[in-house]
Design a protein around this ligand. Structure first.
Ligand code: NAD
Length: 434
């Protein structure tokens, strides 16, 4: 599964042919991506430029990045430009965004990053400023997206921002743009081999986002229990063999699924990362939707998540992670998807509830809301809607399952321990529900 326009654009000959056709849409830029393990050299080869002094400069250097050089007129050779705006408190202070990004945003290349760090505030001008930064970053994302660059905001709500900053600055966040990550507590751990010795469960692992996630978690050292339906036994077993994990054919909606999983992880001492990824669509407008279509979507996308979490809760170790797949359809709603959108919106409530229930043990629960990702699920979407889903976004293209897997793996990283009960969109800056 791939985005045909990105493929055409990647080849110089077809790129010039497509350009000469004068399509009413720009050719999307190829996104440079990092598919290697987290490491201390995560940002090697990246040049960064900060608007003013920030402790994050030390973090970027520790991860291998170097300082950019500043040329005439404020131009620079930076790949990552950052405004640490935690000291912006008045409306007049906002002009610093204009002074810094004005001469530089245009110079960002494919894979370039603009990052703003805000301080959370409860009232007065600082609260207005915090909101202003969100509007600014979301607009900047739309302006730089045509070049395959991203812009994101991190809100310091009294928590560690270095993990989110590293993720946004790296090429692991290629399809994340126009987003906000709030950090509200401390985060510990090292950058390398973040999941060594950890046990993970991924449902719906036979293909698509689930398969990519199982591979990425295993790459970081986790033993992954790969779960999928009986019908997917062959690809599931091949995957588990390839990543040194365990394949288990289970229908997540079956009554005993949770208990079977709990027994299986017990043999490994417990579970650290639960990824609720299995999901289905049964689309029809509400008047034409059969009861069956309603029930099956609720059962897979919602009831199974709740039941499996309850069964695994006693096995979930301190510092664990619960990550559930929502969708931008759950944020914006979608014609023909009342059943699906209800479940994907409920997932946002589920992670907030799970955060309240388990947060005292340094466990985090977060949702990922993918936009248009190239998988079998979206291959079924009618062609006109599919094209709209891809192009109506800052990056003007569909994402890859690995883009979602990298975001899930970031949330599983100890350095993301400061992100709790939130939703992270991996949507290429989709205009839907933004
Ligand atoms: P996919 O259809 O390619 O894969 C889903 C997997 O879940 C399949 O392997 C399937 O066999 C498995 N599954 C379904 N029902 C199951 C059950 N009862 N028990 C066990 N396994 C079951 O889907 P995908 O595109 O990789 O999506 C993964 C998740 O991401 C889903 O929750 C989906 O709603 C969400 N999502 C996807 C997109 C996208 O653009 N692809 C967008 C938003 C959200």
């Amino acid at each position: 599964m791939s985005d045909w326009l990105v493929e055409l654009g990647a080849n110089p000959t077809s790129r010039s042919i497509v350009k000469s056709l004068g399509l009413p849409i720009p050719l999307p830029a190829a996104l440079p991506r990092d598919r290697d393990a987290w490491r201390t050299g995560l940002l090697s080869g990246r040049r960064f430029l900060f608007e003013s002094q920030s402790p994050l400069q030390g973090t970027f250097e520790a991860l291998g990045a170097t300082r950019a050089t500043l040329g005439d007129g404020g131009h620079s050779d930076a790949d990552v430009i950052v405004v640490d705006a935690r000291d912006l408190v008045t409306i007049a202070d906002l002009v610093r965004l204009h002074s810094f990004f004005g001469p530089r945003a245009g110079g960002l290349k494919a894979g370039g990053r603009a990052i703003v760090i805000a301080k959370d505030a409860a009232s007065g001008a600082p609260l207005l400023v915090r909101h202003a930064l969100e509007g600014f970053v979301k607009s900047l994302a739309k302006e730089v997206g045509g070049k395959g660059a991203t812009a994101n905001l991190i809100v310091d709500a009294g928590g560690s921002v270095e993990g989110p900053a590293a993720f946004f600055a790296s090429r692991k966040s290629a399809f994340v743009t126009g987003q906000v990550i709030v950090a509200d507590t401390s985060a510990e751990g090292t950058w390398e081999r973040p999941l060594a010795g950890k046990v993970a469960v991924v449902t719906g692992a036979a293909r698509g986002i689930g398969e990519a996630t199982a591979r990425t978690l295993a790459r970081e050292g986790a033993h992954v229990f790969c779960i999928d339906r009986d019908a997917e036994k062959a690809p599931l077993e091949a995957l588990a063999a390839a990543i040194g994990g365990t394949a288990m054919t289970l229908d997540v909606t079956s009554f005993e699924a949770g208990d079977k999983l709990a027994a299986a992880v017990s043999a490994h001492g417990g579970v650290d990362v639960i990824v609720h990824n299995a999901g289905i669509t049964r689309d029809k407008t509400i008047g034409r939707m059969k009861r069956d279509a309603w029930d099956s979507v609720i059962a897979v996308n919602l009831e199974a998540i709740v039941r499996i979490t309850d069964a695994l809760a006693p096995k979930l170790r301190d510092g664990g992670r619960i990550i559930a797949l929502s969708s931008i359809a759950g944020i914006a709603g979608n014609m023909g998807q009342t059943n699906y959108a209800a479940t994907k919106a409920a997932v946002i409530g589920f992670v907030k509830d799970a955060q309240n229930r388990f947060g005292d043990r340094r466990i985090t629960a977060n949702a990922i809301a993918p936009g248009f990702i190239e998988t079998q699920m979206t291959a079924k979407v009618p062609v006109a809607i599919r094209e709209a889903g891809r192009r109506l976004s800052a990056l003007a293209q569909g994402g890859m399952p690995e883009d979602v897997a990298e975001a899930i793996t970031f949330l599983a990283h100890p350095k993301a321990g400061s992100v709790r009960g939130r939703v992270l969109r991996v949507c290429g800056g989709s205009f839907i529900g933004a």
